[in-house]
Design a protein around this ligand. Structure first.
Ligand SMILES: C[S@@+](CC[C@H](N)C(=O)[O-])C[C@H]1O[C@@H](n2cnc3c(N)ncnc32)[C@H](O)[C@@H]1O
Length: 284
């Protein structure tokens, strides 16, 4: 690792071990509810079979890890790896199947206790590496020959109102904000399909397949809770953390955001459209 990559890796470790990790833990049920359709699509795309050995990267509180454990059954094994102590603690507390284990560390550089895996999978947990190609090359070593990689990540910012809305209301009220650096570690790092192909190719994955899908995020809460949530997570929250705003300004921003979110409210509550990339590749 160069000094620069080491610095970015350390920033990411600190970020996921800051109060952000605790916020994820306390909002996990809301997030899981929102992610049901996209998670089902991921599981289907990964074609999981009973008895398989699976590494779940950036597994967070372990929701997908538990779904995977149920799918592989007692004859299989699933290891969830994550860099956040708070999320790993929550994941371990919820681990109730023998085929399920968790390991804390940077998936892009640590040696995880799993060999000859059939599948590496991730729901939004692989876009935060300091050196992405190197991290994927490192993770590939866990796979058996012919083993699969399958993950879901966010598409372009302008196709994902979940991220675009908070940035817009901040910019409209407080003036221009720094645009998100393309490919920089963060939820939108893999927005460009060409980039995904490039780093997977560099990491020596073969049979690369990317499908972009339109999925609805199903929100259990009303516009005001969602607006509050959007200012606590993701790029909007990251921008706000760099600005010294007072409570009145936060209230105004929340109000602006409530109006935007309300535009997506229908008979079945709030459903926000998202464009996601579903990626498959093989350790060819
Ligand atoms: C957006 S969250 C997704 C969590 C989980 N997959 C889910 O869908 O609920 C991203 C996760 O990736 C983890 N993460 C970030 N960088 C990581 C790294 N280098 N190695 C392992 N986990 C990492 C974070 O701690 C966080 O739990």
């Amino acid at each position: 690792m160069t000094d620069d990559t080491q610095k970015v890796a350390e920033q990411q470790r600190q970020y996921w071990n800051s109060p952000v990790g605790d916020r994820w833990v306390s909002n996990q049920a809301t997030l899981d509810g929102m992610f049901v359709p996209l998670t089902e699509a991921l599981m289907e795309y990964a074609e999981i079979k009973p008895g398989e050995k699976i590494l779940d990267v950036g597994c967070g509180a372990g929701t997908t890890t538990r779904i995977l454990a149920a799918k592989v059954g007692a004859g299989g094994k699933v290891l969830g790896v994550d860099i956040s102590t708070a999320l790993m603690t929550a994941a371990k507390a919820n681990a109730d199947a023998g085929s399920l284990e968790f390991f804390e560390g940077d998936a892009g550089s640590v040696t995880v206790p799993l060999e000859d895996a059939d599948l590496i999978i991730s729901r939004f947990g692989v876009m935060f590496f300091a050196d992405t190609a190197q991290a994927f090359a490192h993770m590939r070593k866990v796979l058996k020959p012919g083993g699969r990689l399958c993950f879901v990540c966010w598409g372009l910012l302008q196709d994902n109102p979940w991220f675009q809305m908070p940035l817009d209301v901040i910019a409209d009220r407080l003036g221009p904000i720094e645009s998100i650096k393309p490919r920089a570690p963060g939820p939108l790092a893999f927005a460009e399909i060409e980039y995904i192909k490039e780093f997977l190719d560099q990491a020596k994955f073969g049979n690369i397949e990317i499908k972009t899908r339109d999925i609805q995020l199903i929100c259990r809460h009303g516009p005001s809770e969602i607006a509050g949530f959007l200012l606590e997570f993701g790029p909007g929250a990251r921008v706000l953390a760099t600005l010294d705003i007072d409570e009145d300004t936060r209230r105004l921003l929340t109000g602006d955001l409530v109006e935007r979110v309300a535009a997506f409210e229908g008979e079945d509550g709030v459903q926000i459209p998202a464009k996601l990339h579903y990626v498959r590749a093989a350790n060819a």
